[in-house]
Design a protein around this ligand. Structure first.
Ligand code: FIX
Ligand code: ZN
Length: 422
């Protein structure tokens, strides 16, 4: 048996290679995506037209094109993709992170990006079979599994869950409850339509019925956690339907199933509705509600990500105070190399390896390739600097320890938190 490699001051080159190898090859648990298993049919998006019409690119398109909004939305998907390709990749250079992502994906799948031949990319994707393509993408991205975002109110998803869905070990369920918490009035009507005996006042009976609804869907989805996105003015404690629903419905059910409640805080929806899915924005948030929940409910587990760059330091400090809080990901507008680097450094400095540095938020299967290729590079860079500082101070570190740390960051911390009993 060979002795495990140990790195000290004199092994900068070896240390660098060991960190790169560990971070680049460790299989990932992607804890928040908008992907689906193949049984969900058309809900699983993949291919070059989906990549090009990603809402991140739609927002960028409207900055550089003068096409009227209505004209763009009246085009077919492939016509929209043509317009975006022409504008963002041919008439301008694809410098933005979302544009670069498309190039990374095509290149990783073996397509010749220097040809700039969209037609040939389309032909290649058209020749792939869905299930084999999922296998391939998981392999190229070195993904172990992905956590879906499942909506009990989605008319396309619901029949699949209620039908003969064959569980795929690579895709895990999550109960997403935005409508419940962000528009209670209309959700109340929907629940009534599904035979839950609820009233807008959220009386005792209604609260029990909401818990019954949550229980039904946690079970049906085999949900690893419950999740919601929240606006910057999210406040707790307060007198509101949202507060009652969180404290008296969600948290008791989460405790019963020992699952975390994930809050994604800081999104202002539909600032520009003409952009449709691309029309959401960001605002700074108070993290007092997170402090309040973690302190008042020590038997509940919370996962939190915040959308504003300005909130990241407070979030780290809050996580230092509460073991029932796990912070995750560089969400959406933060998913850019410079910000990922800054956030990952700050998180490791304040919290050591007890974080989930990234999730992909992929909406199109192929995106996991670029989201993870780009993030792995940055995580490796930050870790290299951290280990280099340590060995510079006389510490030694082994290859096995580096692999252990990479495994924790890229999946282990999540699964440990899921299993954690408080
Ligand atoms: O609320 C969310 O889960 C957001 O991540 C998405 O709705 C958003 O549109 C997105 O795709 C961000 O990456
Ligand atoms: Zn998301």
């Amino acid at each position: 048996m060979s002795t495990p490699a140990t790195f000290s001051r004199s092994d900068a080159v070896g240390l660098r290679a060991a960190v790169n190898d560990a971070v680049m090859t460790t299989p990932i648990t992607d804890i928040h995506t908008h992907l689906y298993a193949t049984d969900f049919g058309e809900l699983l998006l993949w291919g070059v037209d989906e990549l090009l019409t990603y809402h991140y690119l739609v927002a960028e398109f409207f900055r550089l094109s003068d096409m009227p909004y209505e004209q763009f939305w009246s085009l077919s998907k492939s016509q929209q993709a043509d317009a975006i390709w022409q504008c963002l990749f041919i008439e301008n250079s694809p410098i933005s992170e979302a544009c670069r992502g498309v190039i990374t994906v095509l290149d990783a799948l073996g397509l010749d990006v220097s040809s700039r031949d969209l037609k040939s990319y389309r032909e290649w994707f058209a020749a792939q079979e869905t299930s084999a393509h999922v296998d391939r993408v998981f392999e190229v991205a070195r993904l172990k599994c992905a956590v879906m975002t499942n909506d009990p109110f989605d008319p396309l998803e619901q029949p699949v869950w209620e039908g003969d869905y064959q569980t795929d070990d690579r895709f895990h369920g999550v109960l997403r409850i935005d409508p419940l918490l962000n528009s209670w009035e209309s959700t109340c009507n929907m629940l009534q339509g599904r035979n839950y005996d609820v009233e807008p006042t959220l009386n005792k009976k209604s609260r029990a019925e909401v818990r019954r609804f949550l229980t039904d869907w946690v079970k049906r989805f085999k949900a690893l956690y419950m999740a919601v996105s929240l606006p910057p003015d999210f406040a707790l404690p307060e007198e509101s339907a949202r507060a009652t629903l969180i404290e008296e419905c969600i948290l008791p059910v989460a405790r019963e199933f020992n699952i975390p409640f994930a809050m994604m805080i800081g999104v202002t929806r539909q600032i520009n509705p003409l952009l449709r899915l691309a029309g959401d924005s960001v605002g700074q948030s108070s993290l007092l509600p997170v402090e309040y929940l973690c302190a008042k409910y020590p038997q509940n587990k919370f996962m939190v990500t915040t959308l504003s760059r300005e909130d990241q330091h407070t979030l780290c400090v809050t996580a230092r105070k509460f073991r029932n809080l796990l912070i995750f990901g560089c969400w959406w507008f933060l998913n850019n190399p410079s910000i990922i680097q800054e956030m990952t450094e700050m998180r490791l400095e304040l919290l050591g390896p007890s974080i989930i540095p990234q999730h992909s938020d992929a909406r199109v299967l192929d995106q996991v390739i670029y989201k993870w290729a780009h993030s792995r590079q940055i995580i490796a860079k930050v870790l290299r600097h951290k280990y280099a500082d340590l060995v510079e101070s006389g510490w030694t570190i082994t290859d096995a320890e580096i692999k252990r740390d990479a495994e924790q960051l890229l999946g282990g911390n999540f699964w440990r938190f899921i299993d954690l009993k408080l």
